[in-house]
Design a protein around this ligand. Structure first.
Ligand SMILES: *Cc1c(COP(=O)(O)O)cnc(C)c1O
Length: 467
């Protein structure tokens, strides 16, 4: 362990200080009796260099899109242009107060109106609301709009929502939070919605269906026209999960596919760094007949996460119509390039042309005793960290036991993609020659292999002193 990997409490020495305050000419100001703490707060006592090194080292233990390539599927972790950060940090925006008189902030109004217009043009919807603060929040809001639509028509029997078995986990979760019962529709062997199965589920109790297209396997639902027809004919509405819209940008619009409600993740598709619970924005778009209901949904304080909306607007304007289109094409090209370059070493369960992401099902089994199948997807993912790449999404979707879901994104150079491919080939070769290297990986990170379940269920986030 490096010296500065120590906890800041372990660096602490009584009486050491990293600051000095100007002398207080007014004398002590005592807190009212009873409001102070009974004993001194246990704070680390360290010098300025120790503080700087502590936090700088901490920041470097983290993997970020600014430090390395991040092929996380179903998450769109791409390069976010720094100019968007600069614009969001402009004092005129930073200094705004949410209770400010509307007449004093015409520029902010213009941002919201411009975004509404841009997102409607991109998606084919008629109106967007901006209060939802995450993708899942947008899903919940969209489902509340669907529920309210049926309620206003006096149709109270529609309590079920159809979700494909390949769906992102937030879909069924949002539906449950909204009080809807989730009905699962099966996928065919080709990874698409099984239309015959869907037909059996449709009836007067169906509020609608939640889909993403391309779906979570990165495949375009070719039967979407038929699916929309069937769901609408039964009286249901279509919800589109647009968290990862990149592949469709400028090419296909959910509105034209007859979706009634959708959300976008501005923090994925439209440039805002995210992850670790960072600020998000999940605006919800609706078709004309739902616009009135959408406007009644106040699901967060004030006007949503303005900073994220602003970054997204800057991103869309700086790309412009033509380059927004390029983003879609490049995200698809990059995914197919990686998929085709590696399918001899990694099992490709569904071989058709993908959109922005695809799924491998672990290593190709070479049949030998120390065969490549001796290394799991977890091993491969952990080993990638030793080469300075983030792991793809693993063990999701649940349709494949060794799923590795890769989304290269549109913002990576061919050289980066080639380097990533090369590393994955190296790892496949290691798996065949000496799989133990993989079982022990990662070898170069501050923490190697925590007990994944315990780390998630009972994380230790508090320092308890030895005394
Ligand atoms: C990320 C994602 C979501 C959820 O978005 P959050 O902002 O994390 O709540 C929903 N659906 C899909 C397909 C996603 O990739």
């Amino acid at each position: 362990m490096k010296y500065y990997d120590k906890l800041i409490f372990e660096l602490s020495r009584p009486g050491r200080k990293g600051y000095s305050l100007p002398e207080n000419p007014y004398g002590p100001m005592l807190l009212p009796a009873g409001l102070g703490r009974g004993s001194k707060a246990m704070l680390p006592e360290v010098s300025e260099p120790d503080v700087v090194r502590h936090y700088t080292n901490l920041s470097q233990m983290n993997f970020g899109v600014d430090t390395g390539y991040y092929p996380l599927g179903s998450c769109t972790m791409k390069y976010n242009p720094k100019i968007n950060e600069e614009i969001a940090a402009m004092p005129a925006f930073q200094g705004l107060h949410p209770l400010q008189d509307e007449a004093t902030v015409p520029g902010v109004k213009a941002v919201y109106e411009g975004m509404d217009k841009a997102l409607c043009a991109i998606t084919g919807m008629k109106h967007f609301i901006f209060t939802p603060c995450a993708g899942a929040h947008g899903e919940l809001t969209g489902l509340m709009i669907i529920r309210e639509y049926h309620r206003r028509r006096g149709d109270l029997a529609r309590t079920k929502i159809i979700v494909p078995d390949s769906a992102h986990g937030t879909n069924p979760a949002s539906a449950a939070v909204c009080g809807l019962e989730v009905v699962e529709v099966r996928s065919t062997e080709n990874g698409l919605v099984d239309v015959a199965d869907l037909e059996k589920l449709l009836g007067p109790d169906i509020a609608g269906i939640m889909l993403t297209n391309p779906n979570t396997l990165g495949l375009f639902e070719r039967e979407i026209g038929r699916i929309a027809e069937l769901v609408h004919a039964c009286g249901g509405l279509l919800y589109y999960d647009g968290a990862n819209m990149n592949p469709l940008l400028g090419m296909v619009r959910p509105g034209d596919m007859d979706f009634d409600v959708m959300h976008l993740n501005l923090h994925k598709t439209f440039s805002t760094p995210h992850g670790g619970g960072g600020p998000g924005s999940g605006p919800v778009g609706v078709c004309a007949k739902l616009a009135g209901i959408a406007d009644t949904m106040q699901v967060s304080g004030f006007h949503g996460n303005f900073g994220v909306i602003l970054r997204a607007y800057a991103y869309i304007l700086s790309l412009g119509r033509e380059h927004v289109k390029m983003a879609g094409k490049l995200s698809v090209l990059n995914a197919n390039y990686i998929k085709e370059s590696l399918k001899d070493c990694y099992k490709l369960p569904i071989g058709s042309v993908c959109k922005h992401e695809f799924v491998f099902d672990g290593l190709v089994d070479d049949g030998s005793a120390t065969g490549k199948a001796g290394a799991t997807t977890l091993d491969v993912a952990k080993r990638l960290l030793d080469f300075g790449f983030h792991a793809p999404t693993i063990y999701f979707p649940l349709l494949f036991h060794q799923a590795m879901m890769i989304e290269p994104t549109e913002t990576e150079s061919p050289e980066t993609l080639d380097a990533f491919i090369e590393v994955l080939r190296t790892i496949a070769a290691e798996a065949a020659a000496d799989p133990d290297i993989l079982h022990q990986a990662p070898h170069g990170t501050p923490v190697s292999r925590p007990d994944e379940t315990r780390a998630a269920r009972t994380p230790v986030v508090k320092y308890t002193p030895a005394v």
